[in-house]
Design a protein around this ligand. Structure first.
Ligand SMILES: *Cc1c(COP(=O)(O)O)cnc(C)c1O
Length: 253
């Protein structure tokens, strides 16, 4: 762990992000569902000690994009002891051979990255084994709004079909909404981010096609660089990492 990481003031980071969220909510178009966004603190690469600090400052939702890392942190004895109400969101690409490992993680709250009927079917089947009590597994359908090959997610035109599949064929899953990652480094001076607009449009189509109440279909979009912009365009879940926990080392592709 670098010295900078240790010096990050988690409490300050959380407070700042939450107040920026409040301001963004007040600027959101009144045509959009006025849902107070859930802020998922993305703790990838960051140690358990920082997660515990954030938890103690009041944060409950945490996101990880690798199954092994989520699984390890979720089973960390200190986290289990001190963060009893923690809610883990899986936000990475989920391979079939990692499903069981993910579903065995204590306090798994939501899988945001369901991008095929096959993955939904697998999760539905395996959740029967791993769930505690009668709780359904919350999921979101991931949409590839930026049409980049490197990004996962289904085509926007397929969103309704996949949501319908989950609603009709996956009784152990609770489909909460749509999620996108979108292109990085979009320049907002060019206008509203087309990825966010497209995800909002997908939600409209899904709600129309399947006769769903738009107030109950969430949109997970927006990260450190653009979460306020995403909220103004309708995000109900934002995933914020570096603004809270400090910068991550640059990944070499
Ligand atoms: C890392 C990550 C984030 C958070 O990114 P920051 O820019 O650090 O806020 C959000 N969503 C996903 C899917 C991620 O992998």
């Amino acid at each position: 762990m670098s010295e900078e990481t240790e010096q990050v003031d988690i409490m300050y980071g959380l407070k700042t992000v939450l107040s920026r969220i409040d301001v963004a909510v007040s600027k959101r178009s009144k045509d959009l569902p006025q849902i107070m966004p859930t802020m998922v603190a993305v703790s990838k690469i960051k140690p358990a000690s920082l997660i515990i600090q954030a938890y103690e400052a009041g944060q409950r939702h945490f996101g990880e994009n690798y199954v092994n890392e989520l699984s390890e942190k979720a089973q960390d004895p200190q986290i289990l002891e001190m963060c009893k109400d923690i809610k883990w969101h899986f936000i990475g690409h989920l391979q079939t051979n990692k499903i069981n490992k993910l579903l065995q993680s204590p306090n798994l709250y939501m899988v945001e990255t369901v991008d095929s009927a096959k993955l939904a079917d697998n999760l539905n089947k395996q959740w029967e084994k791993f769930r505690q009590g009668d709780v359904k597994l919350k999921v979101m359908v991931q949409v590839n709004t930026s049409a980049e090959d490197a990004k996962n997610g289904i085509e926007p035109s397929e969103a309704s079909t996949l949501v319908k599949h989950v609603l009709e064929n996956c009784p152990n899953l609770d489909c909460k909404g749509l999620m996108t990652i979108g292109q990085y480094d979009y320049d907002v001076s060019l206008g509203p981010n087309p990825d966010f607009l497209l995800l909002a449009k997908c939600r409209q189509e899904v709600c129309q096609n399947l006769n769903l109440d738009i107030d109950h279909v969430e949109l997970s979009m927006g990260m450190s660089a653009d979460f306020e912009h995403a909220i103004e365009l309708g995000a109900t879940t934002v995933r914020v990492g570096s603004t809270i926990f400090g910068a991550r080392p640059i990944k070499h592709q």
